[in-house]
Design a protein around this ligand. Structure first.
Ligand code: ES4
Ligand code: ZN
Length: 327
């Protein structure tokens, strides 16, 4: 068995993936046509997904999000996303979705949730993949919109909705103004995580830990610019959910095989890392391929891969009994 086959077959978690970023380009074009939504004209469906920065990417991400309108659209994108996760060997998926993006288009939160839940149920039956939902708070909208979003999430809460994230353009949107939003979510029993240190400074990682009290950091590459914070994260065993393909485009480190790549530095320092796929078809990748990149480009050893898989189970929000059984 070669390493790729081994990676595919080992049961894994996916903890950092955006539902709308996981829409296959052909599905995006189909839905846009069906719903009369304008997307940039392309000769080949794949050409829809070409960008050079996080800002660039978020423009297309929002346009594609607008193509998803009715319950069945949400069911379809969720089902297709989970099918591809399962084919990469994911057995448990915690995925983000972007409720603000659809509310902007007049799509009710209930419609979004209903379709997503149906897609999850169908995928669990067909592909044996269990999943949970993590609505993402768009930091660009500010804390008042964040607080409203948490209210909406709680008003329509089901067991499948287990936490919140903080995403979209990082700088100049520091985490601290969201302290009350996250405190409210935590008090209500939701888990919390935040994107930090992908394009924003190391201070945003510290702010996410201290002000938001997040349980893990999504990306976090700029931690390598602050040795004191790096040591703290090592001591506290903070989990960083890293995504090689998107890191190569959106972070300051474009060459995954460079010996000083941030992910390589994080690994060498002894930080806790798990490997995920972020927006897989938009970056022409999948979960399996992200692990392969970790091996081939970032030079993870088989032991590093094992540690990352275990960290992805340990850092998941599965209940303690299920987690223990799996570990
Ligand atoms: C995102 Cl900041 C960020 N990175 C990747 N995908 C995203 N979707 C929404 N925000
Ligand atoms: Zn992300």
């Amino acid at each position: 068995m070669n390493i790729q086959e081994f990676i595919r077959k080992v049961p894994k978690t996916e903890l950092h993936l955006h539902l709308e970023g996981a829409i296959h380009p052909q599905t995006a074009l189909d839905l846009a046509r069906k719903n009369g939504v304008h997307l940039p004209p392309v000769d080949d469906a794949k050409d829809l997904y070409r960008f050079k920065s996080l800002e660039d990417f978020l423009v297309i991400y929002s346009a594609v999000s607008a193509s998803v309108v009715d319950v069945d659209d949400f069911r379809r994108i969720t089902y297709e996303m989970l099918e591809r996760c399962a084919r990469s060997g994911a057995r448990y998926v915690e995925f983000f979705f972007s409720p603000h993006a659809h509310l902007d288009c007049g799509v009710a939160y209930e419609t979004q949730l209903k379709g997503i839940l149906t897609g999850m149920k169908d995928a669990e039956k067909d592909f044996r993949v269990v999943s949970r939902i993590v609505p993402g708070i768009n930091r660009e909208r500010g804390p008042a919109a964040g607080q409203e979003m948490v209210e909406l999430i709680l008003a329509h809460r089901t067991d499948e909705v287990i936490g919140i994230g903080l995403d979209f353009n990082e700088a100049p949107f520091p985490p601290e103004p969201f302290a009350d939003v996250f405190a409210h979510a935590r008090k209500s029993g939701l888990h919390v995580t935040a994107h930090a240190g992908e394009t924003g400074p190391a201070a945003y990682i510290r702010g996410s830990l201290d002000a938001l009290k997040v349980e893990r950091i999504d990306h976090g590459y700029n931690v390598v610019n602050d040795m004191q914070l790096m040591q703290r994260c090592k001591d506290e065993g903070v989990l960083f959910t890293v995504c090689p393909s998107t890191a190569a485009v959106t972070s300051a480190w474009h060459d995954l095989s460079a010996p000083d790549h941030a992910i390589r530095q994080m690994l060498d320092f002894g930080l806790t890392l798990s490997i995920h796929s972020d927006d897989p078809p938009m970056f022409f990748t999948d979960l399996e391929n992200e692990y392969v990149k970790a091996v081939e480009l970032l030079k993870f050893t088989p032991r590093d891969i094992r540690d990352a898989i275990l960290a992805g189970i340990d850092g998941s929000w599965l209940d303690a009994t299920t987690k223990r059984r799996w570990l």
